[in-house]
Design a protein around this ligand. Structure first.
Ligand SMILES: C[S@@+](CC[C@H](N)C(=O)[O-])C[C@H]1O[C@@H](n2cnc3c(N)ncnc32)[C@H](O)[C@@H]1O
Length: 565
């Protein structure tokens, strides 16, 4: 597995495997080359606006040459395939911002028309006047750069894009660019992260694509390992510019063991075009879609029931603020009055269903405005890390390395970000992880302080705890939340807020709460190693899951769907 160079990360470079590029090029060019004459094929102009080392254009040359060769043969012309390959080189055009990439691409593509430029700021019609005299390129293919907006140096050029969003990733603009530089009737096929389908920052792009009606198909490849090196969750989108396609868009969520070529060839499920506007484009099988629609219409959303969760604590330098038992004991022995500031500290991995794991880790909870004057032992402990704790002065020269923490209005011995009320609270709360491999929500009423990999919901509502640990939640999460590595999901509030929360009658709610209390007690017993708890646990888990499904008023068929995962 080749390592990704730092310069490549900065430019958003993750090169595409040739077999993926080939399948995509065939998807883009198929209708433009099948059954066409040699002259028609030679008139085509195909562009990759971020060529990298030229993988896509190599495949374009291959596909065009094969069809040209076939057209020659059909016309009784015996010229060789190598000659066809040379003949189609003028059909390709490419751009990359990186000179080295263009030099490397020239190495494999010879005399092709490849240019060094910022594709998003380029005056394309001035650069390719003959192509634009005919309305633009016949096809656009590629794997545009993925660069988080925080790292973008020059955002000015992006504001002219209809899909502009202050936090959108750079690839979003390349999808719009394809629509700008393809001729009416021209085709595109691009591989990008799948986030634009559902993220808030993708709204502008979704609206643009909906308005143009250009999308023919989408394959979400989040579960397929396309790139060896990157934890990208890719998707491929293709279509025809300037032509409103069939009433439905074909969309597929490909499984791990399916090749990209097979995923592109799959018929996919028809998604009614009018359904996909600015709101997230979820790729569901129809039965799942119908069930989620029904639940969302029937029950209020989590966002409306309980509001926003809070995040745990950001110290800015854990080595100073997070202490072990020996340090805690020493500090408490020196100054017993520090006890309220020394609190057990849990991370995402400590969050388990029902109850958190026992931790041997404490945080010095020194929020803004805390005075350490009466606590010299704690101050002395932190003093040992002082250089690493100082906030960077606003006037610091960005080019010079700063050995402390980020700039901010905090003092060197305070936690970096203000501690939220919920994070500091000792009242009952629900905790869940920011990356989940399965439902895992726990109750804390002991005053644990969570770190930044944990989200906190106020109140210790047993019914909500049951829902967030249920099969129904797991089923919904896999269909609606952002994917993470190895099949995990990220329950960002952006997605979690829509989770339907049933509102069963009080008696049902109370009965479920009672089961949950039994489960909490049982979990305590299990953790203490008490014998004979396994079978009871299984029974109780099944009873709670059942009661939750009942509370959502699922039909037998819907239940079976949810339980099957
Ligand atoms: C993800 S790589 C993909 C390269 C190639 N399409 C492939 O699949 O092998 C993206 C490329 O975009 C280039 N790039 C980044 N920003 C660009 C810009 N504004 N205009 C043109 N190219 C850019 C990078 O230099 C990099 O070569």
């Amino acid at each position: 597995m080749p390592a990704v160079r730092e310069s490549e990360r900065v430019l958003g470079v993750v090169y595409t495997p040739p077999e993926v590029a080939r399948a995509m090029v065939e998807r883009a060019l198929g209708p433009l080359v099948r059954g066409k004459s040699a002259a028609e094929i030679l008139a085509l102009r195909v562009c990759d606006p971020a060529i990298g080392e030229g993988v896509f254009l190599v495949e374009v040359v291959r596909v065009l040459a094969e069809h040209l060769h076939a057209a020659w043969q059909a016309a009784g012309n015996q010229r060789a395939i190598a000659e066809a390959r040379r003949a189609v080189v003028p059909c390709i055009a490419g751009v990359d911002i990186d000179t080295h990439a263009v030099v490397a691409a020239r190495g494999v593509l010879g005399d092709a028309d490849l240019r060094v430029a910022n594709a998003l700021a380029l005056d394309w019609s001035a650069a390719w006047p003959a192509v634009f005299a005919r309305g633009g390129f016949d096809a656009i293919v590629g794997n545009p750069p993925y660069i988080r907006q925080e790292q973008l140096a020059d955002k000015a050029a992006l504001r002219g894009y209809a899909s502009y969003d202050g936090v959108a990733d750079l690839y979003v603009y390349f999808v719009e660019l394809a629509h700008r530089i393809a001729r009416p009737g021209g085709r595109y096929c691009l591989i990008t992260p799948n986030k634009w389908l559902t993220a808030a920052y993708g709204r502008g792009l979704r609206e643009l694509l909906a308005a143009r009606g250009s999308v023919e198909g989408i394959v979400d490849l989040a579960r397929t390992a396309v790139f060896a090196d990157a934890d990208a969750f890719p998707s491929i989108v293709w279509g025809t510019v300037g032509v409103v396609g069939a009433p439905a868009i074909r969309a597929t969520r490909s499984e791990a063991d399916v090749s990209v070529a097979d995923a592109l060839d799959e018929a996919g499920l028809p998604h009614p075009r009018e359904r996909w506007q600015g709101d997230p484009w979820h790729i569901d099988v129809p039965a799942d879609r119908a069930l989620i629609d029904r639940l969302e219409a029937r029950w209020p959303s989590l966002g409306s029931v309980i509001g926003r969760p809070s995040r745990g604590v950001v110290t800015g330098f854990n080595r100073a603020f997070v202490i072990d038992r020996a340090t805690r004991d020493a500090l408490l022995a020196a100054e017993p009055t520090a006890a309220p500031l020394i609190r057990p500290f849990v991370k995402g991995r400590d969050v388990r269903p029902w109850l958190p794991a026992q931790v041997e880790r404490w945080i010095l909870l020194i929020d803004r405005g805390t005075s350490l004057e009466p606590l010299p032992a704690i101050r002395a402990h932190l003093e040992g890390f002082r250089a690493a704790l100082e906030p960077r002065p606003a006037t610091w020269d960005a080019a010079t390395r700063w050995s402390g923490r980020k700039p901010g209005a905090y003092r060197w011995y305070e936690l970096q970000d203000p501690v939220g009320e919920l994070a500091a609270s000792r009242a009952p709360r629900l905790l869940y992880q920011d990356i989940q491999t399965g439902p895992a929500c726990c109750l804390d009423d002991t005053g644990l302080v969570p770190d930044t990999t944990v989200w906190i919901l106020p109140g210790g509502e047993r019914y909500l705890l049951a829902v967030l640990n249920s099969a129904l939640y797991g089923w919904y999460a896999r269909r609606r939340f952002a994917p993470a590595l190895n099949g995990a999901v990220r329950p960002k509030f952006e997605y979690l807020r829509a989770l339907p929360i049933a509102t069963p009658p009080d008696a049902t709610r109370a009965a479920i709460a009672q089961l949950v209390d039994q489960r909490l007690a049982l979990e305590g017993a299990r953790r203490r190693g008490e014998a004979g708890t396994d079978a009871v646990t299984r029974e109780l888990d099944a009873a709670i899951d059942d009661a939750v499904l009942d509370s959502y008023e699922l039909s037998a068929a819907e239940r079976a769907r949810v339980i099957a995962g």
